[in-house]
Write a protein that binds this ligand. Structure first.
Ligand code: FES
Ligand code: FES
Length: 211
């Protein structure tokens, strides 16, 4: 039996958990990019009885709640969520690694679910709540998983770390942190070129045990 990985959408071998909502395939992204002109035209289309709040949004306007703060943005509907976060909102904690859904460095939470933000268009998330690494902890206080990463040395160069922590936080919230093996599987979409996996898994396991 085959299933898709939670963040990358890649097909995995038998025994793997089923696909989780919130991930998006490269094919879907290409289809959406090709339909960007259609997306842009939506707000100017004649109103119907089924008009929704999203359709009523002015052309090119996107409303997000980012790290608890409401934001209204005017943007190109072809922009990825990652580019909007980094380049429009200047939230550069979310990293751009491969920019094609393969490394997990760009992982953020969209309505509480982890998403590789390079593979999803920002325009698809009007009204969504986005959490990035900048918004995970409280003001002046690290999130328990951030503290655990430090304690267990779950990083070397640190480039993958924001994505690892966002993915790990979701992994814990999903109940997928019951064993090192389970953590390794559910975090397998997050690549660490430095090979800091033992510390990463230990940090997630420790934070899961504490919470
Ligand atoms: S998965 Fe998005 S930058 Fe690599
Ligand atoms: S700590 Fe360097 S890539 Fe993970």
């Amino acid at each position: 039996m085959k299933s898709r990985h939670p963040t990358t959408g890649k097909v995995t071998r038998s025994g793997a958990p089923a696909a989780r909502p919130g991930s998006i395939s490269r094919r879907e992204v290409l289809q959406l990019a090709g339909g960007a002109a259609t997306l842009a035209a939506i707000p100017t289309a004649p109103a119907t009885a089924a008009t929704t709040a999203e359709q009523a949004t002015p052309a090119g306007t996107l409303r997000l709640v980012v790290n608890g703060e409401p934001r209204e943005l005017t943007l190109d509907p072809r922009q990825s969520l990652l580019d909007v976060l980094r380049e429009t909102l200047d939230l550069t904690g979310t990293k751009k690694g491969c920019n094609q859904g393969a490394c997990g460095a760009c992982t953020v939470l969209v309505n509480g679910r982890r998403v590789v933000s390079c593979l999803t268009l920002a325009a698809m998330h009007d009204g969504a709540e986005i959490t990035t690494i900048e918004g995970l902890g409280k003001e002046g206080e690290l999130h328990p998983l951030q503290a655990a990463f430090i304690e267990h040395e779950g990083m070397q160069c640190g480039f993958c770390t924001p994505g690892q922590i966002m993915s790990g936080a979701a992994c814990i919230a999903e109940g997928h942190a019951g064993s090192p093996e389970e953590i390794s599987f559910w975090m397998s979409g997050n690549i660490c070129r430095c090979g800091a996996y033992p510390g990463i898994v230990a940090a997630v396991a420790d934070a899961a045990a504490r919470t």
